[in-house]
Design a protein around this ligand. Sequence first.
Ligand code: AMP
Ligand code: MG
Length: 505
Amino acid sequence: MTLATAHDAAPNALTDAAPDAAAPLVPAWQPGFAALGPAFFTELRPTPLPDPHWVGTSADVGALLGLPPDWQQRGDALQAFTGNALLPGSRPLASVYSGHQFGVWAGQLGDGRAILLGETASGLEVQLKGSGRTPYSRMGDGRAVLRSSIREFLCSEAMHALGIPTTRALCVTGSPAPVRREEVETAAVVTRVAPSFIRFGHFEHFAARGQHDQLRQLADYVIDRYYPDCRTPQQRDGNAYAALLHAVSERTAALLAQWQAVGFCHGVMNTDNMSILGLTIDYGPFQFLDAFDPGHICNHSDARGRYAFNQQPGVAHWNLLCLAQALLPLIGEADTARAALQSFEGVFSQQFLARMRAKLGLQQPREGDAALINSLLHLLAAERVDYPIFWQRLTQAVASADFAPVRELFIHGDPVNAWLLQYQELLALETQGLATDLMLNTNPRFVLRNHLGEQAIRAAKLGDFSEVQTLHKLLARPFEEHPGHEARADFPPDWAAHISISCSS
Ligand code: AMP
Ligand code: MG
């Protein structure tokens, strides 16, 4: 991560909202996270950006928040979601957290460039990312650049459409204000939405400082708001904090199973980038696999491959151990904490198998399916077969009973032929129409590959946001055909292999 000094252009004067339309954008805010009190955050206003413009908007997320239908046309929305005007009743804040980065305790971090506007009546928090310095910015400028903001906007909406738990994105706004990274770029703000942005690192923060009252307050808040079942006496012998750890562990295991099945590489699985709700959070150098390479490292700054694709489930478990350590003062016995994490591996394996079975159109667990899936993954890795296209072609092959296009993806015929024989034997035990339907609804045609994002970013840098909108539309319905857009479901161009994405965003 390169954290340079601020290069914002002279900011506009920050005004209180002067709505230019009758209906307020957000009629009411709930206390939410802010009710925890000042030990958890610093209240502050976003730093304005000059001459903002819309880059991308999501009508679906606007509807979730209960925004008025015309919000995308409203100047007050553009100003508010760039951080240039406060929405009435909003008391913005930056929260404090700590965390382990690349396996090493990093001490205090916090929302260094994110500002929480508040929680709406729908129970969703609204957060601006890239909205200026906070007390937690350390050496950073508090800003986000256009390219990374577009990637976060598109990917959070793509993940949601794939059925993968994630923070959402309402919009991206851009500004000509320069931001220095490896080169000078321009500023943007993503408006993110989630029931909560609390991370493992929030717990680590108070545990590391021995602030056990705050630790308990935070855990109680998370349990009451998001995990009320943890209070039932049957859960972990009535130890609500152990029950919380158990629930977070199982949600995280299920999330990782989804990442691994779809071929998603997060890239920076530090404990401060792990959601307590089991959401995908903090999109940085992420990547959907093109060629299937289990050891793929998507983060240019991750020289040792700590966060390589096939390391992700193990790292998630390691991060849960950090969370367990942080919760230990509340849980009591180390054995109780350890026991709460025991199901991680089983849940991950079972969920991963279930997802892979669905990708293969197999409706019932049967003997031999795990071995079949394993040998397939070895085969795909040995020949670096394009992962999304393999699944697309297999889906078409099952629908048409013509497997030639699948075979063409492999240089060596024998292993894939042997695999296909085994596969077809299992498939013959299934209802064929159902298998095809399952595959069509499980294997996306449209995946946010790096080169697609890159093309949208290149156009956006020239002021053309149409490709951002097109991708947003396709990725919102990734399982559908979208005639005329076939090229965006095709193999990546050769230059895609040279796209390099680091934490510096
Ligand atoms: P990340 O790994 O990108 O999630 O960020 C790790 C920490 O660095 C978090 O505390 C972020 O808020 C902070 N951070 C990242 N980029 C910036 C920036 N440009 N300005 C201030 N803080 C930043
Ligand atoms: Mg982060």
